[in-house]
Design a protein around this ligand. Structure first.
Ligand code: PGA
Length: 241
């Protein structure tokens, strides 16, 4: 819940300027719903793509305050973040709800970015693996192997989001490898290899390199550092190395 329409417009213009003709990394901007239209217009003709931060599982209907997939598609939105930890912890989204949304997004031709991650309490009690495995399995229940292929997941340890506390590259790699092995058990190795697993949680230009160089870390989901064009584009450029 950052950036008004005007602020988002300024930020996207600055990001496009900073990026110039830079290629080599897929960049998706996911502004709040209210700024989708203006960002969509601003990125037209660029290599940057558009995503939303959430959606409802129903396409339309009596769900006051909610946004459905066709509304996003009409704005040339191709991605949607689902099950972000703030949705899970502050708005009561269960794995079951996330699963409904994932299936609805896929049906509507929106690429979901499915977030998973343990809380500090879960990590300290040694529950990380179990929590993350069930988040992956339950959030992706009844999703076919053809849809799992090329899917995007994000591992975001809740204790690292917006806290300035990043998972060490080793800690992150361990969970990313686990996520890939869960996908392999659900849909086979080739599908697991095709899945992109992003790391999120206090990624900055100075820690991105080490994180992105881990074998199972395929990119980043950037929160705070994306609110400022220069720090965001620095991270994008680290991603190309
Ligand atoms: P952060 O946020 O980069 O500010 O930790 C990540 C996120 O909200 O997904």
């Amino acid at each position: 819940m950052n950036k008004t329409v005007g602020e988002a417009r300024d930020l996207v213009d600055q990001i496009l300027r900073e990026l110039g003709d830079f290629k080599g990394v897929d960049v998706v901007l996911c502004p709040p719903f209210t700024a989708l239209a203006v960002v969509s217009e601003a990125i037209t003709g660029s290599l940057v793509d558009l995503g939303a931060q959430n959606m409802h599982a129903n396409a339309s209907g009596a769900f006051t305050g909610e946004i459905g997939a066709p509304m996003l598609r009409e704005l040339f939105c191709h991605y949607v973040i689902l099950g972000h930890s703030e949705r899970r912890t502050l708005f009561g989204e269960t794995n079951g709800i996330v699963n409904e949304k994932v299936r609805a997004a896929l049906q509507a031709n929106l690429q979901p970015i499915v977030c998973v991650g343990e809380t500090l309490e879960e990590r300290e009690s040694g529950a990380t693996e179990g929590v993350v495995e069930s988040q992956v399995r339950e959030s992706l229940r009844d999703v076919g192997a053809d849809e799992l292929a090329g899917l995007i997941l994000a591992y975001e340890p809740v204790w690292a989001i917006g806290t300035g506390r990043t998972a060490s590259p080793e800690q992150a790699q361990e969970v990313h490898a686990l996520i890939r092995s869960v996908i392999a058990s659900m849909a086979g190795e080739p599908v697991a290899d095709s899945v992109r697993i992003q790391y999120g949680g206090s990624v900055k230009a100075d820690n991105a390199g080490e994180l992105f160089s881990q074998p199972d870390i395929d990119g980043g989901l950037i929160g705070g550092a994306s609110l400022e064009a220069r720090s965001f584009v620095q991270i994008v450029k680290v991603g190309a190395r």
